[in-house]
Design a binder for this molecule. Sequence first.
Ligand code: ZN
Length: 264
Amino acid sequence: MPVSRSRPHVALVAAIVAALIVGPTSVGAEWVVETRAGAFRIRSEFTLSRSESEGLIREIGQLQEDVETLLAIQASDDPILLSLFRNSSSYRQHLAQRVPEAASRPALFVKGADMSRVYVYRRRGYEIDVRHECTHAVLHNALPFVPLWLDEGLAEYFEVSPGDRSARNPHLGSLRRSILFGWKPDLERLEALTELQQMGPAEYRESWAWVHFMLHGPLEVRQALSDHLEDLRQGETETRLSVRLRQADRNVDRRLVAHLRGWR
Ligand SMILES: [Zn+2]
């Protein structure tokens, strides 16, 4: 029968197609959990109990809702693959073949043509990594472009658990101490950064500060963020947020510092 003769060929073709789709990165990765939550497809190399799995799904759903509600944006259902690795070496091995330039990063979000991908490995507090990277994924499902510093500032804001976001992010205490020693913001400098490698702890912290100020500060500052997000949604990327903020308040740098000092 031609069918039986053709089978090895079909199998080979199928194997090649599978290799093209999955890529060599499937080597070593053994997914013991696969589940879905809205746009998210979740797979894990380590076992999650039923309650852990349900908790993760709930948390991701809540995160997306929080991002959408607070920023008044709407994310699409474009697929987001969240891969959880059992340890750093398995994570690095996987990334070395798929995104080698980023394999040294502790967690990663990559926007692909076919889908978005989030890579996180299990370590103490890895839930923070999940929330941080998934915030990027939700933002990029809602907006065609997000400036680097704003992308990171929002991810820093949403990475802590919901009850801690407004007043218990570690950045707040750290900035207050720096303010005592004369720290001053420089949003235009942040806006000029285009590569993730240019973002160090100080840049993440200041990005968070601006985001916190724009989410919890005076109405005109919140409006500036809202207008900027609407610009981005419509594909208008020319007007920088610093321009809108300085139109809203000429002394916006001083107001930011006062906001951080006085926030409870
Ligand atoms: Zn990030």
